[in-house]
Design a protein around this ligand. Sequence first.
Ligand code: GNR
Ligand code: NI
Length: 185
Amino acid sequence: MVLKLTNYFSNDPDFMSLLTILEFPDPRLRKRASPVSVVDDTLRNTINDMFETMYNAPGIGLAATQVDIHKRLLVLDVSENKDAPMVFINPEIEVLDSEPMGYEEGCLSVPGYFDMVNRPRKILVQALDKNGTEFELEAEGLLAVCIQHEVDHLDGKLFVDYLSILKRQRIKNKLLKDQKQRVNV
Ligand code: GNR
Ligand code: NI
């Protein structure tokens, strides 16, 4: 018990906590995130919390915006065995092949809904890693889909924005109903 309390109040990066994921149509999901200016232990603690939240959900990616942190930061792990965590700080995307690639997308902020979204099939990402070191990565397939989906979050954009107004409205009404029901339980 004493150990737990000690951990709770420490900055020990091993001690992680689950963050609350915002759900559409929460207006906070529409904020544009600001660039990260320093990559320090406080940010690395946030990164650890984001990984725990993402793996727990479970999801293959999580943008800081989704947990009400409006910094240009995202984590993902598209590996089969959930053993390839990746961190992108201040990511910049360059399209290498704009040929559209369709993928059935879902989002932790739009629980229970999946729909086809077309995005450029090949990209080059430039970002900082968790040590603040710049790196570049070419991505295709699910990784490319996920990075673009997460960077959209940092710009206040959701996958439902690519759907018809009618579909988006229907998803919004159903989610609002679910959210109200949860409050009343
Ligand atoms: O867990 C997720 N799965 C997913 C599936 C297809 C396309 C994109 C994604 S990302 C999503 C997690 C999430 O909401 N990230 O913002
Ligand atoms: Ni998402």
